[in-house]
Write a protein that binds this ligand. Structure first.
Ligand SMILES: [Zn+2]
Length: 220
């Protein structure tokens, strides 16, 4: 267990920040919190905000910045996060959410310690994401460039010859997701830079190297 830290992780889809956040949680005890996980937990626990969010999602509507921040605020007060600190992964996503988060943490007297941007160029993300596929039978993961089956067209693990690509991983979808990241999330970089919180990590290197670099910039 390390000293409690309050960290925001920023980075493009497919840039590996979810994996890094999980590693840091395991090594240092900081709560890893992603919006999806937090909303699912609030709904499962049936908190008042959770019930409201469930009604919004059931109606097929989008959850507002204020509601997302409300649910995050509830989660941060639970003992594990309050004692050990947290890593927010994938949130804030917009300037509005960043401002709401800043107000929320200021009210609690627990401001952020650092914001880490995991930077990966678009071309590399495109190759990483669009190359992914998996076995239809045993779900083993493969990649066009980095991890092909030993025998072309046959799963190494179960011998199946059927493979699936997620529609989310198609070049068009990835292009849209990256465009929305650049448009919505990049304005957060100067916002945090001005506050002296922003640290940059090169996300093109191996998982282990990226983890080590994150620990270096966080001083742990
Ligand atoms: Zn298989």
């Amino acid at each position: 267990m390390s000293e409690a830290r309050r960290i925001v992780l920023l980075g493009p889809p497919g840039g590996g920040k979810g994996t890094q956040a999980k590693r840091l949680e395991t090594k240092h005890g900081w709560c890893q919190l992603s919006t999806g996980d937090i909303l699912r937990k609030a709904i499962a626990d049936g908190t008042p905000l959770g019930q409201r969010v469930k009604a919004i999602l059931d109606a097929g509507k989008l959850v507002s910045d204020d509601e997302i921040m409300g649910v995050i605020g509830e989660r941060l007060e639970q003992p594990d996060c309050a004692a050990n600190g947290f890593i927010l992964d994938g949130v804030p996503r917009t300037l509005g959410q960043a401002e709401a988060l800043e107000r929320l943490l200021a009210e609690k007297g627990t401001p952020l310690d650092a914001v880490v941007e995991v930077r990966v160029p678009d071309e590399m993300l495109m190759e990483r994401i669009t190359g992914r596929f998996f076995c239809a039978a045993c779900k083993a993961n493969y990649h066009d460039s980095f991890h092909r089956p030993k025998v072309e067209g046959v799963c190494d693990h179960c011998g199946s010859t059927e493979f699936i690509r997620r529609s989310d991983d198609s070049p068009e979808t990835v292009k849209d997701r990256l465009a929305s990241y650049h448009e919505q999330t990049e304005p957060l970089l100067p916002f945090y830079e001005e506050r002296g919180l922003l640290k940059l990590v090169d996300g093109t290197r191996s998982m282990d190297e990226v983890t080590a670099e994150m620990e270096r910039v966080l001083g742990v």
